[in-house]
Design a binder for this molecule. Sequence first.
Ligand code: HXC
Length: 517
Amino acid sequence: MGATADKLKAFEEKRADLLTMGGDKLIEKQHSLKKLTARERINLFFDEGSFQETQLFVKTRSTLFGLGEKDIKADGVITGFGKVNGRTVFASFQDFTSAGGSLGEMHAKKIWKVMDLAMDARKPFVSFNDSGGARIQEGVPSLDGYGGIFYRNTNGSGYIPQITAIMGPTAGGAVYSPALTDWVFMVKESSYMYITGPDVIKAVIGEEVSHDELGGAVAHATKSGVCHWATENDEDCINKVKTLLSFLPDCYDSMQPFVATNDSPDRECPELDTIVPDRATRSYDMRKVVEAVADDNIIFEPHEMWAKSILVAFIRIMGQTVGVIANNPKFNAGVLDYMASDKASRFIRFCDAFNIPLLTFADVPGYMPGTHQEWAGIISHGAKLLFSYSEATVPKITVVTRKDYGGAYIGMCSKQLGADYVMAWPTAEIAVMGAEGACNIIYRREINSAEDPASKRKELVSAYEEQFNNPYFAARMGIIEEVIAPRETRKRVATILDALKDKKEVRLPKKHNNIPL
Ligand code: HXC
């Protein structure tokens, strides 16, 4: 064999060795925990044969860090890019079988490189996390590595979509890159995220809690809201990441993705004519309204289990992505509490940053009262909602289905927050407050001094309802554009979105705004 052939053979062997990652035993351990390896995840994520790996030969400066001759293949993370349903996506995959996927200096630099490439190429970045955190032996260069990732997460925010899939442990400061990205997926039972683990918690404050209870997918999807999608297993998680990507543009000013549909823009939704119950105190599921309006009735909903009195979701109308924000009377009467305000605000800001039009459905009795809400800061959290809608310059359409009272009326994308087109169903009640509450205040004297206060109250309440609890007063004042039959909603929304597709709105020049965080 000649020298060139020898070199080629040595290269092939070296590469094959690196591709083995942690080796059979650790791969078996990974499988026993119902987790796939990084390379198996890559095969599921990218279109067949499209993955291009970057920096496979990068290695830790092991001797400098006292790691001896420890052979950490690919330095514990596989980076690169490929096609996902035909579109380019950049990604990193930490591999727990290689030194627990721990993040050292060179591991971090591989991630920096692929993030830089994603931003230069103006394509989405997805981080698949499965790591024991900062590589303890490497010390401060590991922390430096995280710093560089956080900086890039922030720099790329609002420029390219950034997604994190938590598919194993994520502890300590390592939780902050996910929190800086736009979307966080977790896998039930095999993933967890926390700042300090159960042992430290027990030692410091004496509280006993399991990994899963503290920071598992369900905990973060129901209690903290850190997780947007709690998925069943690795495969489900990867499929859902791909579904999300199908709704998103590559970069903030890229063409929106288009998904062909046979659904007609003129399709009527007769089921919506009867969805609002006769009695105002009865609930209904706003999800059904959103499904009815969406192309092929498909909706993709983050935060399904958190702050459920508001629903946010991606749908398509005539093949184009639309972001929906909707009070859901099925949960807590659709009230706006501090969590619902945060949930909606972050969603609105994401959609606006990536030029996704907003469709709002309002059925809201008001902001949630009580000491818990006030002390949790409902004032500043509620302000975020006003801020997010007001600053958004994408097309904004609002449909009022039933109650739309007081401050919450303003908050749910009313005309003065910049809604381009507000419509109301005949069942809408656009008013300062509900009739009972209003009459108790403005007619207190008349009611108290009446011979029969109960029947006087009833009479005044029904007169008030007739005058104010309907959409016609708002329509007469030009505060809404139209009263429509519920069955016409999809058709109207499709027509208006089409008319507004080239909308341009400018804001005052400034360095950046100061949303009340
Ligand atoms: C170096 C690590 C490591 C780490 C795991 N390993 N975490 N090596 N630094 N942070 C190595 C282990 O030594 C082991 O190597 C291999 O990975 C597999 O780990 P196991 O412990 O055998 O796995 P398991 O029993 O499944 O336990 C997983 C674990 C545990 C719960 C995640 O490894 C663990 O507690 N790791 C440390 C977690 C942590 O405290 N991280 C925070 C670091 S500070 P061998 O050679 O035996 O196979 C931090 C701050 C960041 O992250 C700040 C950023 C701002």
